[in-house]
Design a protein around this ligand. Sequence first.
Ligand SMILES: [Zn+2]
Length: 504
Amino acid sequence: MILHCNDRVYGFSVNDIRPAVEQDGVLYEFTHDRTGVKLAWLSRKEENKTFCIGFATIPDNDCGMFHILEHAVLNGSKRYPVKEPFVELMKSSMQTFLNAMTFPDRTLYPVSSRNEKDFENLVRVYMDAVLHPLVVENPEIFYQEGWHYEPEPSGNGYIRNGVVLNEMKGAYSSGDAILQREMKRLLYPDTCYRYEAGGFPEDISRLSYEQLVEYHRKYYRPSNAYIFLDGELPVERILSILDMEYLKQYKREPVETEISIQKKTAPAEAVVPYPSIPGLPEEKAAQMGFGYVAGTFDEKEKLCAAAMLAEYLAGDQDAPLKKAILEQELAQDVEVFLYDGIKQPFLLFLMRNTDKNRRDEISKVLRETLQGIVRCRIDKDRMKAVLNRMEFQAREQEFGWVPEGVGLALKLMGDWMYGLDIMEDLKSESVFTFLRGSLENGYFENIIEEMILSSENQAFVCLTPSEDIMGERLLREKKEINGMTKGWSEQEKGEEAHKLRKLK
Ligand SMILES: [Zn+2]
């Protein structure tokens, strides 16, 4: 069957059909009429078929509700009530990718397989997992994946345990996580990016089971779903599965998921402790980050230029910023990168293993290096080499460890939810052509000036080493747990013990 615009197939309307030149394929866009599910299919000669369903999930605190939900929905569903369907699938399916991820403003469930029957089965398992997870009726799954109390092995009081809780405690034992969180809090004080979508360890236990179920009800509904399909696949068959087996029973219930744009803010700064790295002398034990909001998701050329600048400034030993900082022994290493995949990406300059008292000197070198580049113009050959490298990666669709279809899904889902035409993420040639033509006309110099030197959204974070931050955290947690549990009646203790027995 050949599809045309405005055709209706299994409850879906065909909205648009366009060639996807760089992928050598055709992009079909659909809307499910009854629920409003948005679906895009990149039809092309790719044997490995990909399905990805995503929901815009906007956190309104640091409890990590969407991270816990991501884990929880993978613990069995109505049609697949096994305890760990994903573990089973890992063993039995011919999947080439199977996972789920929580981002700062969305949750994605991508899967791929080369085998048609297997692929259909995976689509069913994923749809059932997100729409009909057992967790909405079974609190044990929340206790296990999120958090719960259990008696301390010594029998002396209680501790908190749980998969996501422990995962995030692990993540926040690293300086990088602490620095990035602090940076986002400072750069985006008025948007959802000030929250840790993964859950901040000290806040996770503020989330109740009832709240989790409510978050699921509100956000995991078809009207808030985006589905991306890639590869050679029987699209009508997939649409019929989606409609008849899942979407038909729902109606349109839009969810408010608009993310505001951060207004201009005064430069902000913070000094925060982090677990010290053993063996680093005092004058090398601090970590610094200088952050600058780079633009918005739809400014593709500008964001690509920012990523190129990062590489230009600190990508190798001869890179001008890295060289200047290292020569003056102001830090042991310099990294610059574009923190991408959010509605307003930012450029982050990291000074590794530095002296907390040398911030002014570092700031000065940073400014002077950038001012020097603006004054004397960029080194065209160096920038051209960066451009060639990035263009090559884009053309080869190199996504590292994930299959191409999954890589594409991860790349375009966010922009799609922000309202961008997803075709913008399927074409990179025009962006590189524009940037190649801008090597000599002052474009990059302007970007440095605008984005960094006279930035209207910038922040500074310094991490200072603390020998006992981990100990202090433990102590704070212990005190809090004691406060919560010491007044428990015998009945409450019994209920906790009962909960635990069910968990085992
Ligand atoms: Zn996790």
